[in-house]
Design a binder for this molecule. Structure first.
Ligand code: PLP
Length: 420
């Protein structure tokens, strides 16, 4: 039998690293970059060998407030020791204030708490379908939801059913029917795809996992007009773009619109635990009756306390404004790197993608090289390196990261005498 400890004890490494155990005993559904992390503080992470890194991806935007944010940590530890989990069989003193804060911040009427982003999206799908059947009058089981090609909304079987990414689907069928995809950013295509059975249009204000794709100006505004005209719900998936990431509290604010519903997740949990929510108008949320839908952990007191503190911190620390200011500085500096490997730099707020020419360097190779120099990021779609640090990252740390990015780019110069 394969004995990892024995194999390793015979090798140069005397002890079994946690990384080796993960490789041996963990499912291989991820291909982590080679840093074994053990501690985080603010915008920094440390590995088990004591090396310090600047965190430029913040756990796919879940750590917008920085690692071990002292205020959130204080709320977390106090609430955890008082009351953590009760289930929704009872009221608690935490859910109401959290729901109120989320509704006031989003301008919507009611909140349904879940845990992960994918669950919030599943909730949105159920709400849209039920609204379609019970309110709009779509014949039973005929409701359709229009999505944008290139979407990412999680990994459940229904959510991957409307993914346009082959790998996410390969071997996982049969898939949930009832979804129609249109090109992202094309409002005319949305209007043409609407039928009397269309219940909703589900869209990310900026597509994250697709490679930080910013739609043409006014896209959501037009989508809002079209959806209103055809009695179709506009649902924004704000799991990643929400909570200040794009330089506004929510991505839909860039277009000055009000969606019928949104999904939240990632940063809502303050980088400490999974907290997500489906937030909607009264008209949409009223489709849910007791027993229709739920979650054992959704809305637990610990999640609510941290969620409320996160929503408050977003406002008191003016994190959207900081994301806007730091983000435009970062994007301008990146755009000034005149390098043959860079095909494009794009983004909104601190949600930035640098698209590389894979003939010069792949995004994975680039991230591995960045890691060796002390900056952590992750490639998305093989060609894009994302820069999405905590929203409260200092200008000084951004400058340090930029120096590392510049030095790493120099490593991959094809042209011998590159003019900078
Ligand atoms: C990450 C993400 C999700 C899924 O969130 P999980 O917590 O991973 O389930 C959904 N929508 C968007 C836009 C995301 O970026």
């Amino acid at each position: 039998m394969f004995d990892l400890k024995k194999t390793l004890s015979q090798s140069a490494t005397p002890t079994v690293s946690a990384r080796a155990l993960e490789d041996r005993y963990g499912a291989k559904n991820y291909h982590p970059l080679p840093a074994e992390l053990t501690r985080g503080e603010g915008s920094y992470l440390w590995d088990t060998e004591g090396r310090r890194y600047i965190d430029m991806m913040a756990a796919y935007s879940a750590v917008s407030f920085g690692h071990a944010n002292p205020e959130l940590l204080d709320v977390f530890t106090r609430q955890a020791s008082r009351l953590a989990v009760t289930s929704r069989a009872f009221y608690t003193d935490q859910l109401g204030p959290f729901a109120e804060a989320v509704c006031k911040l989003t301008g919507l009427d009611r909140m349904l708490p879940m845990n992960t982003g994918a669950e919030a999206v599943e909730t949105a799908i159920k709400a849209a379908r039920k609204w379609g059947h019970k309110v709009k009058g779509i014949p039973a089981n005929q409701a359709q939801i229009i999505v944008a090609a290139g979407n990412f909304a999680g990994r459940t079987t229904t959510v991957i059913s409307f993914s346009s990414e082959e790998q996410y689907k390969d071997g996982f069928g049969p898939f949930t029917p009832g979804f129609v995809a249109v090109p992202f950013g094309d409002a005319d295509a949305l209007e043409q795809a609407i039928t009397p059975n269309t219940a909703a249009f589900l869209v990310e204000p900026v597509q994250g996992e697709a490679g930080i794709i910013v739609p043409p100006a006014g896209y959501l505004k037009r989508a809002r007009e079209i959806c209103t005209r055809h009695n179709v719900l506009l649902i924004c998936d704000e799991v990643q773009t929400g909570m200040g990431r794009t330089g506004r509290n929510f991505g839909f604010e860039h277009d000055g619109i009000k969606p019928d519903a949104i999904t939240l997740g990632k940063a809502l949990g303050g980088g400490l635990l999974p907290v997500s929510a489906f937030v909607a108008t009264e008209a949409v949320m009223s489709v849910f009756n007791p027993g229709d839908h739920g979650s054992t952990f959704g809305g637990n007191p610990l999640a609510c306390a941290v969620g409320l503190a996160s929503v408050n911190l977003l406002q008191t620390e003016k994190l959207a404004e900081r994301a806007e200011a730091t983000g435009s500085y970062l994007i301008q500096r990146l755009q000034r790197f005149d390098h043959p490997a860079i095909k494009a730099v794009r983004g909104r707020g601190l949600f930035i993608g640098m698209e590389l020419d894979p003939k010069v360097v792949t995004a994975r190779e680039f991230c591995e090289a960045l890691l060796l120099r002390g900056v952590l990021s992750k490639d998305t779609h093989h060609t894009v390196v994302r820069f999405a640090p905590p929203l409260n990252i200092s200008r000084e740390t951004i400058d340090q990261a930029l120096a590392v990015i510049e030095a790493t780019l120099d490593e991959f110069s094809m042209v011998p005498a590159l003019t900078v």
